[in-house]
Design a protein around this ligand. Sequence first.
Ligand code: ADP
Ligand code: MG
Length: 313
Amino acid sequence: MNHEFDAIRRLFQQRVPFTHQTTTVHNGDDASVHDIPEGFEMVISTDTAVQAIHWPVDMPLNIAGARAVNAALSDLAAMGAMPAWIWLAISAKDKQSLAQMSDGIVQTCLAHNIELAGGDTTRSATNAINVTVGGLIPKGSAMTRTSAKRDDEIWLLGELGLSAAGLKQWQSGDINGKFVPHFQTIKPQLKQGIQLRELGVQCCLDVSDGLLQDTGHLCHGSNLSFEIEVTKLQTLQSYQQLPPLFGEEKSLEMMLNGGEDYALLFTAKPSLHSKLLNIGAHHIGQCVSGDSVHLKNKGQIIDYTMNGFDHFA
Ligand code: ADP
Ligand code: MG
């Protein structure tokens, strides 16, 4: 028995029996083959997570595995795609690390009914997980970074800063801290992404590198200025939860610059306003002509830096 193939079968292939209806050649061959149904397009994205870079060395590897898959799936959520498959390139220091990472990866595939359509398994000096995700979307309906229109409203679905707060607690040794679960558990907003796309939203991304930085991607992609109103961010639940522990200023800084929130940031025509409120989205600003991100407090532009807050007027 070849140990490598035995491990791949035992740890991965046999544990994710789900196959997607479009797959015509399954895991186990040199490549998988998929039929794209009439009227649909395929959406693909890839994401790498490396131990000590993307997750702390003292984080359990099953949690790291689940995070890696969920973070990759969040890109499908941002496009409004229906998730279907993942392909997994995994590098492990030893057998035990491989088994632990596989636990979280397998559980996440099962939780989302996603096919593990293929992969590659290697030994390496560092544990690392590359996840390629694939999904389907009705032709021409993908939400993109380039589709915001002038006078669109800016919206957010999800919370901000909670993961950054959890990381801070983890790093300070408070591994049972209140916010640590937000850092450990990434929840890709797949259903919400589909819902937004079905409502006619055209411009969206998932916030992985901090609200301000990611708003910059929409702003440059769509050639518009994005005005974000701080008082609206202060109506988020995160702004109720963070200040008792971190103070108001630090909390806002984490909400503006903290990473790995995986909230959906999108723009929409004002006519969608009440529908978006109904699904729990937060209206946080306005697209206007221009080419920059502006932070406003009660309508007045205020200063900020990307890595830290200067002041609030
Ligand atoms: P090849 O030599 O053709 O690249 P491999 O020997 O790397 O194929 O892998 C054998 C089969 O197992 C392939 O079908 C591959 O997609 C699958 N596979 C390898 N590693 C994994 C993994 N970690 N999870 C799921 N499938 C995997
Ligand atoms: Mg081959």
